[in-house]
Structures are given as structure tokens and as C-alpha cells.
Design a protein around this ligand. Sequence first.
Ligand code: NAD
Ligand code: DAU
Length: 352
Amino acid sequence: MILVTGGAGFIGGNFVLDWLANPSAEGVVNLDKLTYAGNLATLQSLEKDARHIFVHGDIADCNLVLSLLNKYQIRAIINFAAESHVDRSIHGPADFIQTNVLATFNLLEASRTYWSELAQKNQQNFRFLHVSTDEVYGSLSSTARPFSEKNPYEPNSPYSASKAASDHLVRAWYHTYGLPVLTTNCSNNYGPYHFPEKLIPLVIMNALAGKSLPIYGDGQQIRDWLYVKDHCAAIRRVLENGKTGEVYNVGGWNEKSNLDVVNTICSILDELRPKTDGAPYAAQITYVKDRPGHDRRYAIDARKIEQDLGWRPSESFETGIRKTVQWYLDNQDWTEGVLSGAYRDWLKKQYS
Ligand code: NAD
Ligand code: DAU
């Protein structure tokens, strides 16, 4: 079996669903603390699938992790568990240091203990795949080359600094102890089951609710958008064929400004769900105070994963964003469940 951490979150949830969509796939032990971002409704379709074992717990709990590794004879760990939202890290960095740094250290230690006691063949086959972000590389100027695996780390937010720290720990556990690790640094994801504190789901849901669509600063910041299912495919590819100790950058070759992203969503909604008063959704756009230390541009050079492992994204931004908007229109049960929870308190704190 494999151990997925943070598998009730956005990317982890999509990963577990996609993994188990393959009838011959190994089972998944899914360890998640169920913070505000963890949502079991995402995994509802697996309720009767005996190959999915959900465990409510913290990756910081070494005893729990070790007992799961031993009980299920885990052959790979895919670590998605993290605090993931930049704005929250600005309001309260402590949780980010706790989970992204200290708890990742505990997870590495539990993994090392388990791995060091495995028989030689199982030791060779074992993998610890750490899912990280392009934000560790800092911000690019408009003319700079996209981030390659060789770019220096220059994190600018408490979130990206905490992820950078976790990447360094993972690297050190490979070089010092020989733990067979893999690290992926990915650009901005979007798609189904995305928690609406992040730009794309926030804009879709606010637009439909007749609320304002908040653009930080001038809206000219650039992100490299990747459809989440492409990211999940990249992780599977790295897990199977990646070289231990290596880092793989994963990106969509889809650089867009925030304003372009929001306008695209508005036009798709104008077409799929026109407003009864005939007004365009873009009329709801509002410019708000910028994020402190807001990184201007991210872009990924994804040539290494393509050349070494043959992975390329299958969705363009245009196809992926259309699927995403349609998913939110078709899955209002999921979004209403989210809206009735802690999300509302967060909205008040961030935008009032
Ligand atoms: P998310 O916030 O949607 O989900 C995180 C999940 O981790 C939640 O289910 C939460 O309950 C769980 N969790 C948090 N702390 C935990 C702990 N201590 N123990 C166990 N579970 C815990 O995040 P996401 O957007 O799905 O991101 C997943 C990973 O991918 C993160 O490591 C993030 O840094 C990375 N990443 C995200 C993006 C993106 O665009 N969302 C891009 C690149 C990399
Ligand atoms: O680059 C990968 C990263 O992408 C991941 O590591 C993070 O976990 C993930 O949250 C995401 O970080 P961003 O900060 O880029 O994503 P977010 O959706 O919060 O913001 C995207 C852009 O939109 C960013 O430039 C800020 C802007 N924004 C965001 C919100 C929520 C707005 O203009 N208005 C908003 O209301």
C-alpha cells in the first residue's frame, strides 16, 4: 500500500481519487489532520472502497505514523500534508512552521526508522515523495527565465519559507541517511475540490453568489497554472520512474495574469450561466489592497520532467478552466458544504 498524507485536501484528494480510479492500483492509507482545508466530502465516492483507509491524525505524531507504516507495510509515502495558503501564513505563520517544518521533520524521522528496518529489497523499492511548490524560488521579473531546478531558493512569504525549509530537510535526509526521497516543485494548481480561499474557486463562487471579485493590487501578477489532474499524473510518473534524490519542477506552460484569469472565468460564466439581468460577471471585479510581499511572477521550466520522464501537461489553460467552471456549476452540494463551515469566518477576517 501507499501512504498519502493530506489526502482530504485539494491536490491530495484529487490524487487519491485518480489513483484509485485504476482498478489494479495498490490501496491507499490516507492520513489527514482535517484542518479547515481537509474535507471528507471530497472522498465520498470512496466510502465503499475497501482499498481506501482514512486515518484522522497528524503527520507530527511519530508513533501513529510508524504504526501505520508497519501495519500496512507501506512501500511509498506521498506527502501533501501542509498549510498551503499564503494569505493565512501572513496572518498567522505559527501553524505553517508547525506543520510544514516541524511535522515534516517528524514524518521524515518516522519514515527513516521504518525504512532502516526493512529488508534490503524493500529498502531499495521504498520512496518518500515530497510535494512542494515553485514559490520556494521567489519572484521572477517579467523578462527572467522560468524557474529551473537549479534556481536558488529565495522564498518571500512565511508559507514559501516554511516549504523551502521542508525541502531542505527532505534533501538532507537523502544525503545524510540515504532515505530514498523525491521532491516535486509545482506551480499553481486549479480544478475540482479546490477550497475557495484560493483565487480561482473564490472567483467562481463569488461570481455565482453575486459578490465582488477581489483583485489584489493591479492584478498584473503572473502565475503558471496547471490543471490538478495533470499535477497528479506528474506525481505518479515521478513516483514510478523518478531518480531518488532528484528534484522535478512541474508546471503548465500557462502563464497568465490574475486579471486575465478572472476575466476568462467571467466570460465562461457569461456563456454557461448568464445573469438574469444580462450584466457581465466582470462588472463584479473590485480592486482591493495588495498582499504584503506579493510575488510578481512565477513560471516553471518543466523541461527536465519532460525529457527525463516523458511527462507533459495534457490540459491547456483554456480547456482546464472550462472543465473547472463546469465542475463548480455541477457540484453545488460540495461548494455549499464548504460555505457553511469555517470558510465564512476566514472571509470576514480577510476582506472586511
Ligand atoms: P490544502 O490546503 O488544500 O490541503 C492540505 C491538506 O493537508 C488538508 O487536507 C489538511 O487537513 C491536511 N493537513 C494539514 N496539516 C496536516 C498535518 N499536520 N497532518 C496531516 N494532515 C494535515 O493544500 P493543497 O493545495 O492540496 O496542497 C497540497 C500540497 O501541495 C502542499 O504541500 C502544498 O504546499 C503543495 N502545492 C500546492 C499547490 C497549489 O496550487 N495548491 C501548488 C504546488 C504545491
Ligand atoms: O505557486 C504555487 C502556489 O500556488 C502553492 O504553493 C500555494 O499552496 C497555492 O495557494 C498557490 O499560491 P498563490 O498565492 O499563488 O495562490 P492564490 O490562489 O492565493 O493567489 C493566486 C494569485 O491571485 C496571487 O497572485 C494572489 C491573487 N489573489 C488571490 C486571492 C485569494 C487575488 O488577486 N485576489 C484574491 O482574493
